[in-house]
Write a protein that binds this ligand. Structure first.
Ligand SMILES: CC(C)(COP(=O)(O)OP(=O)(O)OC[C@H]1O[C@@H](n2cnc3c(N)ncnc32)[C@H](O)[C@@H]1OP(=O)(O)O)[C@@H](O)C(=O)NCCC(=O)NCCS
Length: 287
């Protein structure tokens, strides 16, 4: 029997992880992997067989909420139980801390792997793609560039919908892409925000969060990003199917649905979460 071992992920594993991610064509850049590692270095793991790296997994924790993503086992080592071992190691890591609920987004054909580990389906997470363009009719008087000193307040607003404070992710995304982050205000209160970043192909949109009572602001935030990115860039966004308003906005702006994942969770549901305000997820690997 070959010996499977799991060890902590270290910085020197980033290139290996990025190679596997490229093979899967998930359209990430290396900075995405670096960021995921930095969010929770002790919660990311490498699987080895006889000392050879054969897989990885990443996780983030936001207090009571934990998130698992980027699970890959190299093709020739699949179906030997390695994926399951990586999952169990990561679940134990999160649950042995303050995490009470773990979430992930599953490729539908893989969802059974997670169901067998106790995860329950929550909702479909739709994938849309569109094309950026200059928008002449922008009336976005309430939409402004996000400033660094606003991120703490923004994280509190975000937590009302996301269900937990993810300031470390928002701060880092802002730091890496300050020109692609916008916030909207109504009567000096934050009503929404959007963050975008470069992907291998085109741009990834999200998190994109808005008070559902101000969905016009959600549309203006997205249009502002499309306008800033400029002409003919491919845009990608993941949207909870339960957010009908987000789906409507994307249809209006000619985005097309190309696939879906299944949002799943394990543990006690957060009362603080409100998917009606999640117009675009931050990413399937971190919520
Ligand atoms: C998903 C992946 C990590 C699974 O790794 P793995 O080492 O082959 O998984 P395991 O051998 O531990 O399988 C665990 C269980 O899931 C099931 N499973 C694994 N891959 C499956 C698949 N593609 N379809 C259906 N079931 C699958 C296995 O049958 C097994 O069930 P069992 O516990 O009843 O025996 C691997 O297939 C992979 O890297 N895929 C490409 C990347 C990907 O899609 N990642 C997941 C994104 S959500």
């Amino acid at each position: 029997m070959e010996h499977i071992s799991i060890r902590p992920f270290v910085e020197g594993d980033i290139d290996f992880a990025y190679e596997l991610i490229m093979i899967e064509e998930w359209n990430y850049v290396k900075e995405d992997v670096e960021r995921m590692f930095k969010y929770n270095p002790l919660g990311c793991f490498i699987a080895e067989v006889e000392g050879k790296r054969v897989g990885h997994i990443f996780s983030v924790s936001y207090g009571k909420l934990g998130w698992i993503g980027l699970l890959i086992v190299t093709a020739e080592y699949r179906e030997r139980g390695i994926g399951k071992i990586l999952m169990k190691k990561t679940m134990n890591h999160l649950l042995s801390r303050e995490v009470e609920i773990i979430k992930l987004e599953a490729v539908p054909t893989i969802a059974n792997l997670y169901r067998k580990l106790g995860f329950v389906d929550e909702y479909d997470s739709l994938r849309f793609s569109g094309v950026s363009r200059k928008i002449t009719s922008l009336s976005s008087h309430c939409v402004k560039f996000l400033k660094k000193e606003e991120v703490t307040e923004l994280a509190k607003f975000d937590a009302e919908y996301f269900g937990a404070n993810r300031i470390k992710v928002l701060m880092r995304l802002y730091h890496d892409n300050p020109k692609l982050c916008y916030v909207s205000y109504t009567k000096s209160k934050i009503t929404g925000y959007i963050m975008c970043r470069k992907a291998e192909i085109g741009y990834r949109i999200g998190p994109w969060v808005c008070n559902p009572e101000h969905s016009q602001a959600a549309q203006e935030l997205l249009m502002k990003c499309m306008d800033t990115i400029g002409r003919n860039e491919r845009l990608y966004v993941g949207v909870p199917a339960v957010n009908k308003k987000a789906v409507e906005i994307l249809h209006d702006l000619n985005f097309k649905r190309y696939s879906k994942s299944i949002r799943m969770y394990l543990g006690k549901k957060l009362e603080t979460e409100c998917a009606d305000g999640i117009f675009g997820i931050g990413g399937p690997e971190k919520g």
